[in-house]
Design a protein around this ligand. Sequence first.
Ligand code: COD
Length: 299
Amino acid sequence: MVLKSMSDLKGIVAGKPKKKLVLAAAQDQHSLGAVLRAWQDDVIEPILIGDKEIIQNICAESNYNISGLRIIHEPDTDMSVEMAVKMLNSKQADILMKGKVGTSTLLKCVLNKEWGLRTGNLLSHIALFEVETYHKLIAVTDVAMNIAPNLKDKISIVNNSVAFLNKLGYKMPKVAVLGAVEMVNENMEATLDAALLSKMNQRDQIKNCIIDGPLAFDNAISLESAKHKGIKSEVAGDTDLLLMPDIEVGNVLYKSLVFFAKAKVASIILGALVPIVLTSRSDSEQAKYDSILLSAAAS
Ligand code: COD
């Protein structure tokens, strides 16, 4: 099975038990809109932590019905994130969501050694895109957490992502490891890592997926382009997951897809005790809603 559009996520979460979601630093218009919609749709039971007065004002201005909603008043942003992470650590809820707080502030709390959400695995970010010009959803990793992953990190990032895609119903997701070129160039580390990951996959050291690389972006997503260059690959033109060389390339691709290609996006952090909805502050309410669905599908 592969997902063709973001609306397919609803089918995956339908019938699953409702999940408790904690929104940290909840005084954020788009996050509140998304959370309340997912609450209405019976996907989640929300708990909001943040500045109660601002939350109530945003909800009143937007005509959101919040009667019966649990709101914990904590006006200090850092404290509200800490409180949220501690709730997840003590298993009082199932999903963490970032509200009006910087990504690295939230991630530092998540990585706290005493009360964070570590599991001993590497945590990584995955984003799912619906782009009009591609025939199915395409996942991209890591565009927001791991800054400059080495080969060991990339193995963990692929394993996190593949386990997640397997959970969504993909039996053997096709993974393209990106470089600037499709040939191994000893001066380009990304191409060396890509070749090693492909060989590890062939030898069954990385399972439940088909990996090919290095592939340049065009070969990964266009069969015609791959054929033109004489590349024979099971992955080329039919990629389910793009593995990025580093955060800069990944983040620029993310923003280009959203702003230039008007792609829909949903994104979460994998590998922690619980799924974490971690979207960019500039992401739309729809992107935040789809990310909640994605986290519910993952938990
Ligand atoms: N998974 C598990 N443990 C990790 C991870 C990870 N991905 N990253 C770091 N750790 C552990 C380390 O092993 C160490 O024990 C501790 O956490 C601290 O590690 P540092 O010193 O390397 O990391 P920090 O605390 O300085 O920063 C961690 C961040 C995740 C905050 C940092 O990597 C970061 O800022 N990432 C980019 C976030 C961002 O700005 N994204 C914006 C794009 S939208």
